[in-house]
Structures are given as C-alpha cells and as structure tokens.
Design a protein around this ligand. Structure first.
Ligand code: C2E
Ligand code: CA
Ligand code: CA
Ligand code: CA
Length: 278
C-alpha cells in the first residue's frame, strides 16, 4: 500500500512538472508574441433584434504561434492574468481596436459601437482611467462608440472604489456592460447600485434553448430584471433561428452569435459592414 502511495505521488508530481513546464514555455512565447506583433483582433457583430441592424462589434483577441499553433484566449488570457501580462495585452487590444474603428469611420464605414473586454485586474488598476482617456484622444474615437465589457468578478471587489471608477468611465461617455451575466454571484441589491448600460446574458443560458425549459425561464427572467433596472440586454451565443425567435418574443434588445456571424478578421468585418449599409 505504501509503495503504491509513493508511486501515485511520484506520478502526480511528474504530471505537475510537465504542466508547469508547458506554462513557462507558453508564458515566454506569449511575451515575445506581444513584442513580435503575433497577436491580432477579430470582430463579432452585435445586432439589434428589432431592426436586424449591426449596431456593434465585440473585439476578441487571437494568437497564432508557429509552434503551438492557434492558442485559444480561454487558455492564454487566464495565463496572462496570472503572470501580469494582462495589463500590456489589454492595453494593446484597446489601442489597436480603437484605432482600427476610428480608421474605418474615417474611410466612410457606417458607425457602430466597439465592445472591448477588460479583465478584472485591468479594471482594478488605478491607471486604467488615464489610459482610457489617452487611447480615446490618440485614436480620435468618439467615447460614445466605445463600450467596456467587465465580468461580475471584476465588479465584486472593493465595492466603493469600483463603483467610483465606473461612474468616471461613464462620465467620459463610454458605456459599461456586465459580461457573462448569471455565472457570478452578484446580489440583486448590488447590481441595482452599479452604473451599467448593458447586461450580457452568458451563452450557457442560451445554448439549450428551446429544449431546456429552465434555461428559457432563466433567460426571460434576466431580460425582465435588466429592463427593470433600465439596462439594455444582449444575448450571446445565439446559434439558431429558434433561439433568436424566443429572444425576440422576450423583448431582448441585442444579440450576437454564430447564427449571424462568427468573429471575423478585420477586413471581413469591414466588408460585411459596408455591404450591410449601416
Ligand atoms: P467572452 O468575452 O464571453 O466572449 C465570447 C466568446 O464566445 C468568444 O470566444 C466568442 O468567439 C464565442 N462565441 C461567440 N458566438 C458564439 C456562438 O454562437 N456559440 C459559441 N459556442 N461561442 C460563441 P473566444 O473568442 O474564444 O474568447 C473566449 C474568452 O476569452 C472571452 O469570452 C473572454 O473572456 C476572453 N477574451 C477574448 N479576448 C479578450 C480580450 O481582448 N481581453 C480579455 N480580457 N479577455 C478576452
Ligand atoms: Ca465579452
Ligand atoms: Ca461573455
Ligand atoms: Ca466568458
């Protein structure tokens, strides 16, 4: 029994070492990817349900590494968060996408709102507001065309300071969305005090509609709740016509998902926007 136990421990340790080594490799490759410009942005259209118009786009980060191949942000964002690279990465996405959208508008593309993901750590840092102002100034993008997506976890730390930051961001004219809503633990009384514009229903509540009765009820309750608090609602992960129809019946304001479009390379998104006529 004893030797078996020792074997198990040895095995477990070896596993950890491989994992740890992979992490170190990925971290160093991510570091150089930033410097080498191997990261790029894709844009997923956000539509207004009532009109079917493209009213926004969420920018999502992509990384292609020569050896590792395409690495998912679900993998490298948490890594960047744990090693502190997220600040550099997040600032780059904000700068790059704001400049891109500003260029598109100058070239005559129809206006739309850009939604940028901001991680909890970025949001908590006191340089965030100053960076945001600087990016808006440098890019020339109108603050009204920018929306920041923050997760519930980002908003649940250090209540007073966070709410103060949110007010200052909105005072610039920038909108705030709460991302992945329903997956965190924010209480309703807390939610009510947050200066938010948009609530994004997490795709896990959308993906089993219409089969799952519970999910339909949760989604419709979230929509009603958001409207009570005067927030707009966006459903993410919409993949089928049935889901879209259900959300329309429930009075959901916006949606995004593969049903209309996957996240697109910059040129493809610009072409789509041009053809949609705005
Ligand atoms: P998220 O912010 O919840 O982004 C939505 C994710 O759902 C994206 O995955 C998007 O490609 C995917 N998606 C969109 N429509 C559908 C659909 O109809 N069905 C399904 N199954 N999925 C859909 P992606 O691009 O892999 O990003 C994963 C996560 O990585 C994001 O989740 C976000 O948390 C994080 N992330 C990506 N880019 C950034 C960034 O620039 N900054 C930060 N902080 N996080 C980012
Ligand atoms: Ca998001
Ligand atoms: Ca989300
Ligand atoms: Ca997510």
């Amino acid at each position: 029994v004893k030797s078996q136990g020792r074997n198990n421990i040895a095995f477990y340790d070896a596993g950890l070492t491989v994992q740890a080594r992979q992490r170190v490799v990925m971290e160093s490759r991510l570091r150089s990817a930033i410097n080498l410009g191997q990261l790029y942005c894709v844009y997923q259209p956000q539509l207004e349900l009532s009109s079917g118009r493209i009213v926004g786009a969420e920018v999502l980060l992509r990384w292609h590494d020569e050896q590792l191949g395409q690495v998912s942000p679900a993998e490298f964002i948490p890594l960047a968060e744990s090693c502190g690279l997220i600040h550099q990465l997040g600032l780059w996405v904000l700068q790059h996408s704001c400049h891109q959208v500003s260029q598109w508008l100058q070239a005559g593309l129809p206006a739309f709102r850009l939604a940028v993901n901001v991680s909890a750590q970025q949001f908590a840092k006191d340089t965030m507001l100053q960076q945001l102002k600087q990016v808006l100034k440098d890019s020339g993008l109108s603050a009204q065309l920018l929306e920041l997506e923050v997760t519930e976890s980002a908003l649940m730390t250090d209540e007073v300071r966070v709410i103060d930051t949110m007010h200052q961001i909105r005072a610039l004219g920038v909108r705030l969305a709460i991302d992945d809503f329903g997956t965190g633990y924010s209480s309703l009384s807390y939610l009510k005090r947050l200066p938010l514009d948009v609530l994004k229903i997490d795709k896990r509540f959308i993906e089993h509609i219409p089969a799952e009765q519970d999910d339909k009820q949760i989604a419709s309750a979230i929509i009603a709740l958001a409207h009570t608090m005067n927030f707009k609602v966006l459903a993410e992960g919409v993949e089928t016509a049935e889901q879209l129809q259900f959300l329309q019946q429930q009075g959901c304001d916006y949606y995004q998902g593969y049903y209309f479009s996957k996240p697109l390379a910059a040129d493809d998104f610009a072409a789509l926007l041009q053809n949609s006529g705005g």
